[in-house]
Design a protein around this ligand. Structure first.
Ligand code: ZN
Length: 202
C-alpha cells in the first residue's frame, strides 16, 4: 500500500505559505510506516520544533489502474475519509530552500493520520465541508469545491506516473489554517458534522 499526497491544492493554503499556485498537481509519497490511526497517540518527533497539522480529504483506491481518464476515475474509488498530513514545517522550509526532497519533513513515522473510511454514496464529493478542531476550537475549514484539481483529475494525473493499486490512499491537499501543534493538544476531524478521527499529541 502506498500513500500519494497532493501539495498546494487549495489557493488559500498556497497563499498562506507564500507558494505559487501550481499549474499541475504537486505530488509526493509517504511510506506505509507513516500510517497512524485515529485514537492512537502521536509523539512529536525530536527533529522538529514546528510540527503542523494539515487536514485533508482522503480517497481509497478500490481497483488497480494506470493512465486512468478523468471521466472513468469514479470507477476506481468508493470510500473516502479524513486525515492529517503531519508536516515538520521548519525542516520542510530548510529542505525547500536547498532544493532538496521533502520526505524527511513529510514522510516520517506516523506522519499520515488516517481516519475511518465511509462509502462515497452518502456524500456529494464536489461540495463537501470538512474541518479540524484543536482543543475544541475550529482551526481549519475547507470545502472540496475549492480544490484547484478535483479528485477525479487528481486520480487521472497521479495514474500517469504511479500505477494505482487497491488500498492505496490519496491525500488530496489542505486548505488554509495550518498551525503548530504542541504537547497535550487534542485534534478532531470532521466531514460535515460527522467525526472521522481524534488524536492526542504527546
Ligand atoms: Zn498536505
Amino acid at each position: 500500500m502506498k500513500i500519494i499526497c497532493v501539495g498546494r491544492n487549495y489557493i488559500n493554503h498556497a497563499q498562506e505559505l507564500h507558494n505559487e499556485i501550481p499549474e499541475e498537481p504537486v505530488l509526493f509519497l509517504k511510506p506505509d510506516t507513516s500510517v497512524i490511526k485515529s485514537r492512537e497517540e502521536f509523539y512529536i518527533p525530536e527533529f522538529t520544533h514546528d510540527l503542523h497539522h494539515e487536514v485533508e480529504i482522503l480517497v481509497k483506491i478500490s481497483k488497480a489502474g494506470k493512465y486512468i481518464q478523468p471521466e472513468f476515475a469514479k470507477n476506481y474509488y468508493s470510500e473516502i475519509s479524513l486525515g492529517i498530513d503531519f508536516t515538520a514545517r521548519d525542516l520542510q522550509n530548510q529542505l525547500k530552500e536547498k532544493g532538496l526532497p521533502w520526505e524527511k519533513s513529510k514522510a516520517f513515522d506516523h506522519s499520515a493520520l488516517i481516519g475511518k473510511f465511509v462509502s462515497t454514496d452518502n456524500f456529494y464529493l464536489d461540495n463537501l465541508n470538512f474541518s479540524l478542531t484543536k482543543n475544541g476550537k475550529i482551526q481549519q475549514e475547507g470545502n472540496t469545491s475549492n480544490m484547484i484539481f478535483p479528485i477525479d483529475r487528481l486520480i487521472s494525473y497521479i495514474s500517469q506516473f504511479f500505477t494505482l493499486k487497491t488500498g492505496d490512499i490519496i491525500f488530496t491537499g489542505t486548505p488554509a489554517g495550518v498551525s503548530k501543534v504542541e504537547e497535550n493538544d487534542f485534534l478532531e476531524g470532521f466531514i460535515e458534522k460527522e467525526k472521522f478521527f481524534e488524536i492526542w499529541i504527546k
